[in-house]
Design a protein around this ligand. Structure first.
Ligand code: GDP
Ligand code: IMO
Ligand code: MG
Length: 428
């Protein structure tokens, strides 16, 4: 049975959490492969409203095993908080597995993330401040702490003593900030070790075995393709690979195991943090949309910047990921807008360009070519089939599908699990 990858097609917050929860009804495994607790995935179902940063959103289905793969960076405090929250809900957490190869987000990563952002001044990226960038830097520099290091406290003490001494040099000398207490961090690791060891597994083997046993595996993407370290709007990106390539490296999966790549897109665009958003709305329209939709970050609470649907960026994202299906979310948010714009092209120096610029500076210089479609007054909110949609909404959906060139197989019409229109079954 192939794996189904659910990938954010834009700048994150497309509604992946809701879609993963919905699609996991028929899954056996739900797996995170990249990012860390910079992600904030909202799930609203019969048990309430939850925001997960690390635990895969399939956890509410009792048949699902939840795996955090090697490509994820894990802050154990956040992991344990989520475990506690689930246990308080009476949910069996023995189904949660944490890869021994995943890297840890350590307290010095969080401190450095915040100091680096401050030092960037007007050039700041607008990171979530959760230590994600510095944790991936250490991973790539081959000086990271992996989950399995928690199982060898003596070795870990030695490693941490030298690592923290080096980090303190940077913290105190470069940033003139107070040094961190190595003993405090080592004691924290001992505590983490005693609480986390029961979840630690060679988790990638579980995923591969499940696939060869014919089980259904859902890969839960975090962030979005346009925040990808290689393919996103660099340097205004995250430090991992949220695109499909990250699913292979972040789980040790061969590409052929992933047959279906599902791109999740909002019916418009949002972005939280700095960097170009070519279709950004004027402030009064953005404020109206933000208030209707509650467009505030699930991780940091920051207001999200809002824009119209960007067809050029979406097509680029579909090319990078090879989407086989699209999911369109938050259609209901556009209910009542008198007209709706779609970006169909970019102009650079007054010439239409047929590519998504490699540089954020060039992207920021682009003018947007819009097509304007009539809005609709009858609500799409909570619709469960296409017949319930106003004609103009159907026209809008059809146009988006034509622009991106990939079928829209599922439409989300509200934040709750059952508020969807299923056009073609995604997980078979
Ligand atoms: P994720 O990071 O991609 O999982 O998305 P977030 O959870 O950060 O943000 C998506 C927000 O949209 C959440 O508040 C969801 O509850 C909400 N949401 C998801 N789908 C829909 C939808 O179709 N309509 C509306 N109105 N809200 C939705
Ligand atoms: P989900 O999974 C939206 C953004 C940050 C910032 C940039 C770098 O909920 O869609 P980082 O802390 O990763 O170094 O910040 O990336 N960012 C997200 N934006 N949704 C996310 O995750 C994000 N994760 C990171 O706002 O612009
Ligand atoms: Mg989010």
């Amino acid at each position: 049975m192939p794996a189904y990858a659910i990938i954010g097609g834009q700048w994150g917050d497309e509604g992946k959490g809701k879609i993963v929860d919905y699609l996991s009804a028929s899954a056996d495994l739900v797996v995170r492969f990249s990012g860390g607790n910079n992600a904030g995935h909202t799930v609203i179902n019969t048990q309430g409203e939850f925001k997960f940063h690390l635990i895969p959103c399939g956890v509410f289905w009792p048949q699902v095993t939840c795996v955090i793969g090697n490509g994820v960076v894990v802050d154990p405090d956040v992991f344990l908080e989520e475990i506690q929250l689930l246990e308080a809900e009476g949910i069996d957490t023995s189904r949660v597995k944490l890869s021994d190869k995943a890297h840890l987000v350590m307290p010095y990563h969080t401190v450095l993330d915040q100091l680096e952002e401050k030092a960037r001044g007007t050039e700041s990226i607008g990171t979530t401040g959760k230590g994600i960038g510095p944790a991936y830097v250490d991973k790539v520099a081959r000086s990271g702490i992996r989950v399995y290091h928690l199982l060898d406290q003596k070795g870990l003490r030695e490693k941490l003593e030298s690592t923290i001494a080096k980090k303190n040099e940077v913290i105190t000398k470069l940033y003139q900030a107070p040094a961190l207490d190595a003993e405090e961090i080592i004691a924290k690791c001992e505590d983490w070790s005693s609480k986390i060891s029961k979840f630690i597994q060679p988790a990638e083997m579980i995923v591969r075995q499940s696939l060869s046993d014919g089980k259904k595996v859902v890969l839960e993407g975090a962030q979005g393709a346009l925040l990808d370290i290689d393919h996103g709007t660099y340097p205004y990106v995250t430090s991992s690979s949220p695109s499909i390539g990250g699913a292979c490296t972040g789980l040790g999966l061969p590409p052929a195991a992933i047959q279906n790549v599902i791109g999740v897109f909002k019916a418009y665009s949002t972005r939280v943090g700095s960097g170009p958003l070519p279709t950004e709305m004027d402030e009064s329209t953005a404020t109206k949309l933000r208030e209707i939709a509650g467009e505030y970050g699930a991780t940091t609470g920051r207001p999200r910047r809002c824009g119209w649907f960007d067809g050029v960026a979406a097509k680029y994202s579909a090319t990078v990921n090879g989407f086989t299906s699209l999911v369109l979310t938050r259609l209901d948010v556009l209910d009542g807008f008198p007209s709706i714009k779609i970006c169909t092209g970019y102009k650079l120096n007054n010439k239409i360009i047929d590519y998504f610029p490699s540089s954020a500076e060039e992207l920021a210089q682009c003018d947007v070519v819009y097509e304007e479609l009539p809005g609709w007054t009858d609500p799409t909110a909570s619709a469960r089939n296409m017949k319930q949609l106003p004609e103009e909404a159907v026209r809008y959906i059809t146009r988006l599908q034509d622009i991106v060139g990939v079928p829209i197989d599922l439409i989300s019409t509200g934040p709750e699990r059952e508020e969807v229109i299923s056009i073609r079954k995604i997980i078979r």
